[in-house]
Design a binder for this molecule. Structure first.
Ligand code: ZN
Length: 412
């Protein structure tokens, strides 16, 4: 019997979509650019270069913290985090240690420990016999959102990361795209036998898609039951379809943090914080609730329509072109994304009421018991026959997909 409970915590890194980098004027958008074309003495870590914090990046980090219910630290500061790796030209990364911008938030039932700001590193590319480094990414603003070890299942992790991604995209501060690396997830997982937090944990790196997050966690739950509980850093290997050891505990880093001497501490007044809060706008869950109340939509429809801010705003723009329910149906089922497409659809749409449609289908079913029996016995063609009959009676006014859905519902 399985008596182990997974205890999972997450660190999520998000690259901010600011125009310039965190501490210099180089462009922050590095995706698909010629290597090392977007660098300067600051982000290359050359001696004497002075970092100047990007105000927008700091404000966006606070905005995300507020959206996650965090408290903004009255005073926060940047620190140097030291380690040696070829992707880090200065030998340290400017990050935040004991005074992060935001602390103590919550998303659903998951407690958020901190939201802090740091700079991204360069990117290593390994080829045969040689490793190349591209510093275009070096110094791009990177937010880190750290949870408490509150997850007890992979499903909870899934719900959380998708909700976090949705909120970040709503705020418009990052594309939060795992494939492009603008959102990166590092789970820590241990197994508990008594529900308490164990005294070890395994950190997982290189998990660069939602699917791999699931697979890596599933793999670890099985592996830790089999091999026991040892503190390690492991990476997800797509080739091996397994996690592999990267570092044991005794090699754990000592980062020798100390305050960044070139950047003064930051202080925030209540006024400044409420100014940033006022820029947050309506978040997905609030929007969904409002859509249900204001437009009388079902939970499902409102969830679909508020999936992205763009889609929700488009719905509100066109909701008055028909009944909200009908417009919602068209947007959800027909994948209509522009007003022109919608108008075309409304003009060509058969003028037939839901009642009329239902009555016609019921009549057709009554007249064709043999076809129903055939369909129940697995003959898909019988369904097509019934749809055809209905379309003929409606003189082409219905749509085949809708009719077939009604028939399925009625005769299952
Ligand atoms: Zn630069």
């Amino acid at each position: 019997m399985d008596t182990f409970k997974p205890i999972i915590g997450l660190e999520v890194h998000v690259e901010l979509a600011t125009a310039s980098k965190m501490f210099c004027g180089c462009p922050a958008d590095h995706f698909g650019k010629e290597p090392n074309t977007q660098t300067c003495p600051v982000c290359l870590g050359l001696p004497g270069a002075l970092p100047v914090p990007n105000k927008k990046a700091v404000e966006w980090t606070i905005m995300l913290g507020l959206a996650l219910g965090c408290t903004v630290n009255e005073e926060s500061k940047f620190d140097r985090k030291h380690y040696f790796y070829p992707d880090l030209p200065k030998g340290y990364q400017i990050s935040q240690y004991d005074q992060p911008l935001c602390i103590d938030g919550k998303l659903g039932d998951i407690r958020i420990q901190r939201v802090h700001l740091e700079e991204d590193t360069g990117k290593l590319q390994h080829a045969v016999g040689v490793s190349l480094v591209d510093f275009n990414r070096s110094g791009v603003p990177l937010v880190e959102v750290v949870t408490e070890p509150d997850f007890r299942s992979i499903e909870e992790v899934d719900v959380y990361v998708k909700k976090l991604q949705q909120i970040i995209r709503y705020l418009g501060i990052s594309g939060a795209d795992m494939e492009k690396g603008t959102m990166r997830i590092e789970p820590s997982i241990s197994l508990s036998t008594d529900g308490k937090i164990p005294n070890y944990r395994v950190e997982l790196k290189n998990v660069n898609s939602f699917r791999f997050v699931r697979k890596a966690l599933e793999y670890e739950i099985a592996r830790q039951q089999r091999e026991g509980h040892i503190q390690q850093t492991r990476g997800w290997s797509e080739d091996k379809n397994a996690t592999v050891v990267q570092r044991e505990k005794e090699e754990a880093h000592d980062y020798r943090y100390f305050p960044e001497p070139d950047i003064p501490p930051m202080r925030w007044s209540g006024r400044q914080i409420s100014d940033i809060r006022s820029q947050i706008g309506e978040l997905p869950d609030e929007k969904k609730e409002r859509f249900m109340k204001k437009y009388g939509l079902s939970d499902y429809d409102a969830t679909q329509l508020t999936e992205t801010r763009q889609r929700a705003e488009f719905f509100e723009e066109v909701a008055k072109e028909g009944t909200p329910k009908a417009i919602a149906n068209i947007l959800i089922n027909k994948k209509v994304t522009t007003k022109e497409e919608l108008m075309k659809f409304l003009q060509n749409a058969p003028s037939i009421s839901a009642d009329e449609l239902q009555e016609t289908v019921e009549r057709i079913l009554k007249e064709n018991p043999k076809a129903i029996e055939d369909y129940r016995n697995g003959k898909e063609q019988a369904l097509m026959f019934l749809v055809g009959q209905a379309l003929r009676q409606l003189k082409g006014k219905g749509d085949a997909q809708g009719i077939s859905a009604i028939i399925r519902r009625l005769i299952v």
